[in-house]
Design a binder for this molecule. Structure first.
Ligand SMILES: Nc1ncnc2c1ncn2[C@@H]1O[C@H](COP(=O)(O)OP(=O)(O)OP(=O)(O)O)[C@@H](O)[C@H]1O
Ligand SMILES: [Mg+2]
Length: 312
């Protein structure tokens, strides 16, 4: 096998955190995602890009259990492994996951949506912001940690009222919320209704909410949409901090090519539900198929002509 030219660190091949394998999602006659396979590298910022209607949000909906895929497998890998043995065990046993200490595999297509953030460590934000607008900013972050608090209560009222374990968990939840409010520059808005925040601030609050669940993979659906250039630059910094200081890998849907090229280690391109390119930002940027898809031209030759015309 030859080594690809652009392989300083192809973590998506060497140490994948997530593998999407032959994913297909049909809605009646529409094939929104068609036999899609790609991997997300551990510690990478990966961009999933493509024209409108390419199937990007549908992929997120499959990853996070909102949709059950028509076909295919989605595997999250935790810890150092060995993952192959765990995967075989999960498969042969018809299990949703197979864990051994810190290592484990999670078959997301088998898991109900509420288990995916808590167990598999996958959190997301939405293309159309979904916050509790009437609740305060802080309350939105505490609701996100509801699961952990209920576990600490032993699922009883007595637990909530009396157990020191619950009070400790509650303090931890508040500390975590305050930490993410600081990181997203929202601490001074903690007691305001989320619905009163500006659009950019609501987008940051959604990210803070997802991070309060302590994810291994954060999926962001068009986080820069509607942001001004200053907010967009702040968002890039926040995404980098999340990856660099918290070890959370990021999968990002984004239309803004400036954002994609600046922060992504790896780019996967979809068009009409089919993967048309997969590689480093540099390789994908110069791929005629990608340029053709973005310019909406019929074929690659025409795209090459246009690109050459622009370059000359
Ligand atoms: N629940 C659904 N029922 C029927 N069709 C759907 C459903 N969800 C998505 N689709 C269709 O699947 C295709 C892909 O949609 P999707 O929202 O995943 O695209 P996208 O790449 O996120 O686009 P955009 O950039 O505009 O957000 C579209 O043709 C869409 O109409
Ligand atoms: Mg979308």
């Amino acid at each position: 096998m030859t080594t690809p030219l652009n392989s300083p660190a192809q973590r998506w091949l060497d140490t994948p955190l997530l593998s999407v394998e032959h994913l297909t999602m049909r809605f009646g006659g529409i094939v929104a995602v068609d036999d899609l396979s790609f991997q997300v590298g551990r510690g990478d910022i990966t961009a999933l890009i493509g024209p409108n209607g390419a199937g990007k949000t549908t992929v997120f909906n499959c990853l996070t259990g909102f949709y059950k895929p028509s076909e295919g497998r989605i595997v999250m890998r935790h810890g150092p492994g060995p993952h192959d043995a765990a995967l075989a065990a999960a498969h042969s046993g018809g299990l949703r996951h197979s864990k051994d200490g810190d290592s484990g595999v999670f078959l997301l297509e088998r898991m109900p949506d509420f288990e995916i953030p808590r167990q598999a460590g996958v959190a997301r934000t939405f293309q159309n912001i979904r916050l509790f607008g009437g609740m305060t900013v802080l309350e939105n972050l505490l609701v996100a940690q509801h699961n952990g608090l209920m576990v600490a209560s032993g699922y009883t009222l007595g637990g909530i009222l009396g157990l020191p374990g619950y009070r400790r968990a509650e303090k931890k939840a508040i500390d975590r919320a305050v930490y993410w409010l600081e990181q997203t520059a929202l601490l001074d808005r903690a007691d305001d209704p989320a619905g009163d925040l500006s659009y950019g601030a609501q987008r940051r609050l959604e990210i803070a909410r997802a991070m309060c669940t302590g994810p291994k993979l954060l999926c962001l659906d068009e986080p820069a949409a509607g942001l001004n250039p200053r907010e967009s630059a702040e968002l890039n910094r926040l995404i980098r901090t999340i990856r660099d200081e918290h070890g959370t890998s990021v999968l990002l849907i984004e239309h803004d090519m400036g954002v994609v090229m600046e922060i992504s280690d790896h780019v996967v391109v979809l068009d009409y539900g089919v993967k048309i390119a997969d590689g480093s930002a540099e390789t994908v940027r110069n791929d005629p198929k990608v340029i053709a898809a973005y310019l909406g031209v019929e074929d690659e030759a025409e795209a090459e002509d246009i690109v050459e015309g622009v370059a000359s």
